[in-house]
Design a protein around this ligand. Sequence first.
Ligand code: FAD
Length: 289
Amino acid sequence: MKIADICRTKQTLSFEIFPPKKDSDLQSIDKTLEILSDLKPDFISVTFGAGGGSNRNRTIELAKQIKNDYKIEPVVHLTSIHYTKAEIDRFASVMREEGIENVLALRGDRTDLIPEKDDFRHASDLVSYLREKYDFCILGACYPECHPESDSRISDIAALKKKVDAGAEVLLSQMFFDNEMFYDFVERTRIADIDVPVIPGIMPVTKAAQIRKMVSICHASFPRRFEKIIERYGDDSDALFDAGMSYALSQIIDLLSSDVSGIHLYTMNNPVIAGRICEGIKNIACVRA
Ligand code: FAD
């Protein structure tokens, strides 16, 4: 089923996972998927070489497993900056053969490990290409606090508008820790006539090292309430886990009650995190439906 169609009927709940880096981790991803699928998400998205990683060949394989073994709708992240049109066609034909209907079309993280090609400069180029040749439901990424490479919020929204006009039907957001940033962003998208569902991405923070890495990658700002948690519990992993989960839950409940299109949870392949969040919202519509 296409994610855009699901979005028309309910607030969605979705999880993001990444393919295992080593063969020896394949069994643990099975366990993760078993638990995640019990939580009945509307879809599970699978990253594609995020952060410059080299585990690209496992993405479609894992998406296939999610669809066939767990009967959950997968979304394949597909990056384009490192590929030619012919290479994208190869990925797309495999997805089509496997009955995969949803693609998150991305430019991709830059990495020195793979040379860049000239066919796709921006995600919107991939979106137009896929829209013209294939029948996927195309999702796009968006950045409530502005993409780090953008000169301004205005140019960032203008680029997003191009992506949506090219055919992106649903937007998945970068993680953020201050809901006001998200509400302000959605308002700016509406002013720019971007009228597709914008699903907020939430990452429950449970480890101090993870926070430092995230700040360097996504430039998310931390509200004082969040900083206090890190200052107080950063060196106590159990306490930080509890505090990070409670913080994420309070963000999610505020978002859901403000009528957002859904919640996309960055699970970091940790089903305990997803389980605890779902337990905390089990009587709230997107989980109950
Ligand atoms: P774009 O939309 O192309 O934007 C990149 C920059 O170019 C922005 O500054 C934008 O404003 C500008 N821009 C875009 N279009 C135009 C235009 N037409 N003219 C001028 N400027 C333009 N990375 C991975 O490698 N693998 C993953 O699996 C992955 N999953 C992700 C999932 C989500 C939900 C998100 C939010 C990000 C993900 N990323 C992933 C990271 C993403 O690939 C990087 O943030 C990358 O830097 C930009 O990708 P994009 O598709 O958003 O690019």
